[in-house]
Design a protein around this ligand. Structure first.
Ligand code: GLU
Length: 257
């Protein structure tokens, strides 16, 4: 199987913006094992800006574009350094791809990126994708990695998109504020009601939220790709997804009959 996994800032870092080493080590180990089992893995990883915030000792996530871009420049290299080091321990070679919205929407650029990705997979490398935050301004950026991972999954005809989140899946209400919320295990169609209870964005350092995850689901489901939202607190949950265990929320891709 060709699997795209998206990992969010809140999965990779502590609230300080510094790396959650235990979590990242576990993620790299599990993804290496999944590759060893014969699957192709594409990782869409956030965390550049947050790690830059940590490394530059900034007090909070910056609001202005130049500082955000500077933080991303510092954090992206830190992120790749760590991934390279940890995946190397399991004999896997990582490859960095940084994209903007233009690389997805412009036909020629899209073809270039899709060809590179295909080649990397045939060379058994592990592509690690992020938005090119140091150069992408609001006009040309995708904006967050839930959408980016869905666009990538469609571009490379992934069989599966797995979004690692800081909640267990899609709930009937925001589980952080409502005690009566219930997990929705299976979604065949995204309803206006689901969009209404998807809530706002996640933590102080991250960008996405449930609304962008539903947007990502809509993109991949149209292309017949299944998507899961699962809690990334323990990356071993990826084994459960691949074993067909009922975890998180599964969005079923539309199959053409
Ligand atoms: N590209 C951003 C980063 O690496 C994250 C975008 C997102 O959180 O979705 O910090």
């Amino acid at each position: 199987m060709r699997i795209t996994v998206k990992v969010g800032t809140s999965n990779l870092t502590h609230a300080t913006g510094r790396m959650d080493i235990r979590r990242v080590e576990s993620l790299c180990k599990v993804l290496s094992d999944i590759k060893n089992a014969g699957h192709e893995v594409i990782l869409v990883s956030s965390g550049a800006i947050a790690m830059g915030v940590g490394k530059l000792n900034l007090s909070k996530r910056p609001d202005d574009m130049p500082t955000k871009q500077a933080a991303a420049a510092v954090g992206q290299s830190e992120l790749m350094y760590v991934y390279d080091k940890l995946f190397s321990e399991y004999n896997h070679t990582v490859a960095q791809i940084l994209l903007t919205g233009e690389d997805i929407h412009d036909e020629k650029r899209h073809e270039n990126f899709a060809n590179t990705l295909e080649r990397l997979l045939s060379l058994k490398a592990l592509p690690i994708i992020n938005e090119n935050d140091t150069v992408s301004t609001s006009e040309i950026s995708v904006g967050e990695n839930d959408t980016l991972s869905a666009l990538v999954a469609v571009s490379v005809k992934s069989d599966l998109l797995i979004l690692l989140s800081d909640v267990d899946g899609l709930y009937t209400a925001d589980p952080r504020t409502s005690e009566k919320s219930e997990l929705i295990p299976f979604v065949r169609e995204i309803t206006p009601e689901m969009l209404s209870f998807a809530g706002g964005k996640g933590t102080a350092l991250s960008t996405g939220g449930m609304a962008t995850k539903l947007g990502a689901a809509a993109i991949v489901m149209r292309s017949g790709i299944d998507m899961f939202i699962v809690n990334g607190a323990n990356p071993e949950i990826l084994y459960e997804v691949l074993d067909g265990k009922p975890v998180g929320t599964r969005f079923q891709g539309r199959k053409n009959s």
